[in-house]
Design a protein around this ligand. Structure first.
Ligand code: SF4
Length: 354
């Protein structure tokens, strides 16, 4: 069981972050925000995938204006992503954004950061304070020689203190290093020194297997240490994929329950049934169901009975069929032809009972 870092609770729209609240899964739209129809349609898909807070890019005035409609429509909090043009932060707050993300390092003047923070305070808007290796302050670069983990953490601590000196606490911090190790270290240093909630992610993780692995390792290291109050998996892919991967990471660490958790064996020469086909059929049948359940589908008697009996529902396959388990107990022997339908029926019953 992972012991999560104790952080202060903050509010993003109707969502509570930090404290004892579950880790929040975030993603970001890839549409032009001013294309309201396309953005709303993507938000719908993200919500369906389980996304709990959604960031949208606000590079121009027309994007900030579109926020008025988008915020009205969205069932989850909307965060305006601001870079380089602080005016967009004010417009986004005016338009009703529940949160804004700023990187003080790319806003030249401290007074402007102060004004943004005071406006957020007045409107009770959540701010994500971002620090990354590309926009580190000159004095820290001089002090450390390069954007080291220590330099990134120090920048985040300095800005946090500045926010707090303005009496503003409704913020979280994100620190993005250039690689997985530096990222982990910078977040750890920061986490040890404050109770400010952390948004964690591996920026620009990439595409396909590389992106998923990099994100899983980077987030996994921090989550295992109890660090992380909101997460985003950044992939060069559809945003829904980011949400799917985020849940898989959290599920694998026992930090969130969503959807079915299928434990299936990799198969080997002992296999007596078409296991990949069985797993595919079960996944397909349950993909749109909002169930939290652990299902074991194992290829033979080696490990199978143990694994299947530890799951909520399971199949331990054998020549010509399988043993069907529920709550650790064998229910019956099923034939190969019927094993999928019998398993699905048992899952249905399991849900009626819990
Ligand atoms: Fe092989 Fe059986 Fe293990 Fe599956 S459960 S990998 S079939 S030994």
């Amino acid at each position: 069981m992972i012991k999560r870092r104790k952080t202060r609770e903050i509010t993003l729209g109707t969502l509570k972050i930090g404290g004892n609240n579950p880790i929040v899964v975030q993603s970001m739209t890839s549409t032009k925000t001013h294309d309201i129809e396309a953005t709303i349609s993507q938000i719908d898909r993200l919500i369906k995938a389980g996304c709990e807070a959604i960031r949208v890019a606000v590079p121009a005035k027309e994007d900030a204006e579109a926020l008025k409609e988008i915020v009205k429509y969205s069932e989850v909090p909307i965060i305006a992503d601001i870079h380089f043009v602080p005016y967009m932060a004010f417009l986004s707050m005016e338009a009703g954004a529940h949160g804004i993300r700023i990187n003080p390092g790319n806003i030249n003047k401290k007074e402007i950061v102060r004004d943004i923070v005071l406006e957020a305070k007045k409107r009770n808007i959540c701010v994500r304070l971002g620090v990354n290796s590309g926009s580190l302050e000159k004095h820290l670069l001089e002090k450390y020689g390069y954007p080291s983990a220590e330099a990134l953490a120090e920048s985040a601590l300095n800005w946090s203190e500045f926010f707090e000196s303005l009496g503003f606490y409704n913020f979280k911090v994100s620190i993005k290093g250039s690689d997985v190790i530096q990222n982990a270290l910078a977040n750890e240093i920061f986490a040890e020194k404050t109770d400010t909630p952390l948004h964690i992610g591996i920026t620009e993780a990439g595409m396909g297997t590389q992106g998923i692995v990099k994100s899983s390792v980077g987030l996994g290291i921090l989550l295992y240490k109890g660090i992380g109050d909101t997460i985003r998996v950044s992939l060069t892919d559809e945003p829904e994929k980011e949400v799917e991967v985020a849940y898989e990471i959290l599920k694998s660490l026992g930090l969130k329950k969503k959807g079915i958790d299928i434990v299936s064996c990799p198969t080997c020469g002992r296999i007596e049934v078409n296991l990949p086909n069985v797993v595919k059929q079960v996944q397909e049948a349950l993909k749109d169901k909002d169930l939290s359940i652990k299902v074991a589908i194992m290829g033979c008697a080696v490990n199978a009975i143990g694994e299947a009996s530890h799951a909520d529902v399971g199949l331990a396959c054998m020549k010509g069929g399988a043993l069907l388990f529920k709550n650790g107990k064998i229910l019956k022997k099923v034939t190969e032809e019927n094993m999928v339908s019998e398993l699905l029926e048992t899952i249905e019953k399991y849900y009626q009972e819990v």
